[in-house]
Design a protein around this ligand. Structure first.
Ligand code: FAD
Ligand code: NAI
Length: 333
């Protein structure tokens, strides 16, 4: 039985691992985080979860629609009954406009990572384990963790990390770096959670704004702390990348009080910096990165244009690449 190491337990890694296990491969998934989910994670608090990363997902392809249907039936996802609004900014003035649409938007329940955890059920998952180096000898891969632990005997490795992190791992492993033009595919995002009453305008606020990308209120999300989450846009996040949480709380407070006209108390909860968050529209999506001779494959949401659906599809494509390569080997023996 072929042994496969999947590095990264986000939606890409989980979709790849599930597909490979269904095809009879022996899979172990590694993640540096304390649990699976990656950028689809929510932070647990006494008042409920905070969705600091992905806010919702849409399903456009048939294959992802089928997977979402399974999550809905399994109780790991729900439709988010949100009201959509546009925060526009022209000539220095902001205005909130109704922007209702027919798009169905889904959330994980009780937290965003629930669908990822469902895919990984019964699959070997090693968390709090950052892989810092790979080595390939006699057609077998070994993985070295930050703690000095060695995991050996893998026939193939899938990297499902943001490209800058995959590039770093490849470089430290003296492997040919194939990410020269892709390391800047993903841009940063500061995410800030603030306790405040919900604006009557709506709970999914798309922003055409010099600082912001998206604001959501979690009042209609099952299992969540009923608060605001503000996502600052890539340019503003990059400009102030190293500013402390207090800077972000102050920015968020001004936006909620002056632009959303929140009158009641506004309390800071959490500020989180994502170094690799969203697709840079200026860099073409590179597809999968492959080293077939060494059975090494890399991909993620960034391979196909960002978004959770593309992470899922990248996971399927990575698994198919492995399956296809072993079929070819069998045919040539
Ligand atoms: P990731 O989720 O990043 O998974 C990679 C995993 O690799 C991580 O868990 C990480 O811990 C692990 N890792 C990294 N390095 C190592 C290492 N050396 N060793 C071991 N493990 C390692 N998409 C939407 O569709 N809708 C949204 O509303 C939305 N909003 C977003 C808001 C924010 C703030 C962010 C950050 C993203 C958002 N996205 C959204 C994008 C979506 O979250 C991603 O497309 C998706 O989660 C990517 O999944 P992935 O598995 O490819 O990567
Ligand atoms: P979607 O179809 O809801 O949104 C796609 C984009 O269309 C939005 O970003 C927005 O610009 C626009 N849009 C959609 N509905 C709108 C409305 N009613 N009014 C005004 N504008 C509207 O969902 P899809 O295609 O699944 O995209 C996922 C979402 O994840 C996007 O909103 C994307 O921006 C967001 N995302 C955020 C990241 C971050 O760093 N904060 C990272 C990656 C994705």
């Amino acid at each position: 039985m072929k042994k496969i190491a999947v590095i990264g337990a986000g939606l890409t890694g989980a979709a790849a691992a599930r597909t490979l296990v269904q095809q009879g491969f022996l899979v172990t998934v590694f993640d540096k985080g304390r649990s699976a989910g990656g950028r689809m994670s929510s932070k647990r608090t006494d008042q409920g979860y905070l969705d600091l990363g992905a806010q919702y997902f849409t399903a456009r392809s048939d294959v992802f629609k089928q997977q979402v249907q399974l999550w809905l039936e399994g109780g790991q996802a729900e439709v988010w009954p949100c009201t959509t609004v546009l925060l526009a900014h022209e000539d220095g003035l902001s205005s909130l406009k109704s922007s209702r649409d027919e798009q169905t938007r889904f959330i994980g329940v009780p937290s965003m990572q629930s669908p990822v955890k469902a895919l990984l059920q019964d699959i070997a998952l090693i968390t709090a384990c950052r892989i810092q180096k790979l080595s390939y000898q006699q057609q077998s891969w070994s993985l070295l963790s930050d703690e000095g632990q060695i995991y050996a005997g893998f026939d193939a490795v899938l990297l499902t990390l943001p490209p800058a992190q995959a590039q770093q791992l490849m470089a430290q492993s003296s492997l040919p770096v194939r990410f020269e033009n892709t390391a800047d595919v993903l841009e940063p995002c500061w995410a800030v959670a603030m306790q405040a009453e919900a604006s009557p305008a709506g709970d999914a606020i798309f922003c055409q704004h010099p600082k912001l990308r998206f604001i959501s209120h979690q009042q209609h999300k099952t299992g969540r702390n009923s608060c605001y989450i503000l996502h600052f846009n890539a340019a503003f996040s990059a400009e102030h990348l190293h500013k402390p949480p207090e800077f972000w709380f102050a920015e968020a407070r001004v936006i909620l009080s002056e632009e959303l006209k929140i009158q009641q108390s506004i309390e800071p909860l959490v500020a989180h910096r994502w170094l690799y968050a969203s697709q840079n529209d200026q860099v073409p999506a590179p597809g999968l990165i492959t080293l077939p001779d060494q059975q090494l494959w890399a991909g993620g949401d960034w391979s196909y244009g960002g978004r959770l659906e593309n992470a899922y599809l990248a996971g399927l494509k990575l698994a198919q690449a492995v399956i296809h390569s072993y079929k070819l080997q069998q045919e040539t023996v």
